[in-house]
Design a protein around this ligand. Sequence first.
Ligand code: FAD
Length: 454
Amino acid sequence: MAEQDALDVATRRTSRLAALAEQLGADKLDALLEHPQSDQLFAAIAGMDERALGRLLQPREAGRREPPPIEGDFLHLFDDLPEEVRAVRDRVREFMEARVAPIADEYWERAEFPHHLIPEFAPLGLIEAIYPDGDTHHAVMEGIITQEMARVDPSMATFLGVHAGLAYGSIFLCGSAEQKAEWLPRMRSWETIGAFGLTEPDVGSGVSGGLATTARRDGDAWVLDGQKKWIGNSTFGHVIVVWARDVEDGQVKGYLVRPDAPGVSVEKMEGKIAQRTLQNGLVTLDGVRVAERDRLQRADSFRDVGRVLAMTRVGVAWIAVGCALGAYEKALAYAQEREQFGKTLGSFQLIQMMLVQMLGDLVSMQGVALRVSQLQDAGTMREEHASLAKMFCSAKCRRVVALARELMGGNGILLEHGVARHFADAEAIYSYEGSNEINALIIGRALTGVGAFV
Ligand SMILES: Cc1cc2nc3c(=O)[nH]c(=O)nc-3n(C[C@H](O)[C@H](O)[C@H](O)COP(=O)(O)OP(=O)(O)OC[C@H]3O[C@@H](n4cnc5c(N)ncnc54)[C@H](O)[C@@H]3O)c2cc1C
């Protein structure tokens, strides 16, 4: 009886081995048997216990499954947005993927702006969506558009932020009805590109008290002298909103300066390691005459600059959100494809932890930015809300892009893998429009009632 059982087991084993050999195919079986290390391979498998065998087989099973789709809106925060916002979002995503993504690295590396794309912005109706009428600014719409642009190209989102946020917003908030009628339609159609000149070579964070560019009244004109540094779009834009101090009353006022006016010279800033596609200029104003009718009629002091910055600062938070979103999506896709030790990166616990940390940061950024934009639309946003959004999102963005870069190993520093550009660009986002420290001081002042700037 025992002999018969042993015979049955041996017969079953032989037919099972034959079936496996057939499944493997003759060529592969020969290659395996003739491999110089086949003895060691079989010995290693023979030495495995049940758990080790299970571990060997499990990832192979998992690896065969289709990875789940990449979901950038993990908490479905944007599902409840009005249909018109989601429609614009889809339009921008399509445009950015089709027209910008294929050329973004090349222009970034050459530190050039893709001017041929500017006419293509007009049909997207972006500025019309953000400012649906002469008195309304739609912050949530602006945020979603900005997120979509920065997801693919943070430089392009900053270009939009300077033109449609800082420059358009200055005229929108501080211009007279006549000035709005003269400038805004041409800026909406992208025929006139705007720049915003506040920062100077010797003063950035401390610009409210230290701004040194002067404006001297001379008859029905003003004479401007000074220098502005970092001015985005100034190398090719058509109007620069220059903030200068009136020598008479010491107050900061806004002037619409045409870059081709006598006395204006603009030098492109070279050697940037972040947002290289964005064109920053050093603007020199040497006795530049600006007509009184080109002085922003509803800006009387630095408080008005603050109104513009509060409106646009949330937009920078959204640039950070988009930059992090783009890097997270690329890193997750990479983790699903790249294999090491015979398994996808995404199947390692430590890599999954990186992805989850990125996702946690991303959804918290999306939540903060969306909430502050909603407060802005409701008219209840305070300056410290905007600062919190900018500070929080730009700091988290830095962490997300660093993790994404790390996850990709060496490939993380190569432009072609889609994270290196975002990694570098996050550094600019972290510092411009109120550095981390300056926004912390604004929030700290609101919390304690004590200004700690000096
Ligand atoms: C890519 C890019 C685009 C830009 N575009 C424009 C533009 O279009 N128009 C424009 O006007 N400007 C623009 N800027 C300028 C930008 O807004 C300034 O870089 C920013 O305000 C910081 O000023 P700063 O670089 O002179 O740094 P600084 O003011 O010199 O600060 C240096 C460091 O000191 C810290 N610091 C300063 N004061 C304090 C304090 N009281 N307590 C603690 N820490 C402090 C800062 O946080 C920072 O870390 C741009 C900058 C960049 C990088």
